[in-house]
Ligand binder design. Structure first.
Ligand SMILES: [Mg+2]
Length: 196
């Protein structure tokens, strides 16, 4: 059986970082005009996922903002397959006005045709941007600068499904319960008495 490379499409704001022009309590550093907090666990996540997944970053913001932020935390040793920005988002039309909004899997496929639709998974704090492709989404809790374990849990989950032949068919809304179950099972194995 051929194992196809998986593609993880990573959102930036409120998924990996929180940036604000105004100072905020948990800000760690300043990048250009922005106060910035970086979510714990990014480097470990990328290193642990690298054997299974390639990475694309997709943010509904400008390329210059994306590059400025990435320079603050993306580890040099982790290759990036590509970057998509606001200009790549499909438009949500309201009152005749179109605003870049949706992250469409067909856009990812057009840009990176080496990945099959069933091997693409996006992580995002805004499910509505995946409204055209809910099957390709894993929703994360928005990050606003307070420490959490979201990325560590997500990494465990993504590793557990890395050999799944069709990520779209997985019920991913309960992914945190799946992680708790995995950890519980791992503890049972750890606690088993060593045979004498
Ligand atoms: Mg976001």
């Amino acid at each position: 059986m051929t194992i196809h490379r998986k593609l993880l499409v990573i959102d930036l704001d409120q998924t990996l970082i929180h940036a604000d022009e105004k100072p905020f309590e948990h800000a760690q550093t300043k990048v250009g005009e922005f106060h910035l907090a970086i979510r714990p666990g990014i480097v470990e996540m990328l290193e642990r996922l690298q054997p299974h997944y390639d990475f694309v970053l997709w943010s509904n913001s400008s390329p210059s903002y994306i590059h400025e932020m990435l320079a603050a935390f993306w580890p040099e040793q982790i290759p990036m397959t590509g970057i998509l920005s606001r200009a790549d988002c499909s438009k949500l039309v309201k009152h005749g006005q179109g605003e870049p909004h949706f992250k469409d899997v067909k856009t990812i496929r057009a840009r990176f045709p080496q990945y099959r639709r069933e091997d693409i998974v996006g992580i995002d704090d805004k499910p509505e941007v995946y409204a055209n492709n809910y099957g390709n989404l894993i929703r994360v809790v928005p990050y606003r600068g307070e420490n959490d374990y979201e990325l560590e849990q997500l990494t465990d989950y993504l590793i557990s499904v890395a050999n799944c032949p069709d990520l779209r068919k997985l019920e991913k809304r309960g992914w945190k319960a799946a992680v708790r179950k995995l950890r519980y099972l791992a503890e049972i194995v750890d606690d088993e008495p060593v045979p004498s």
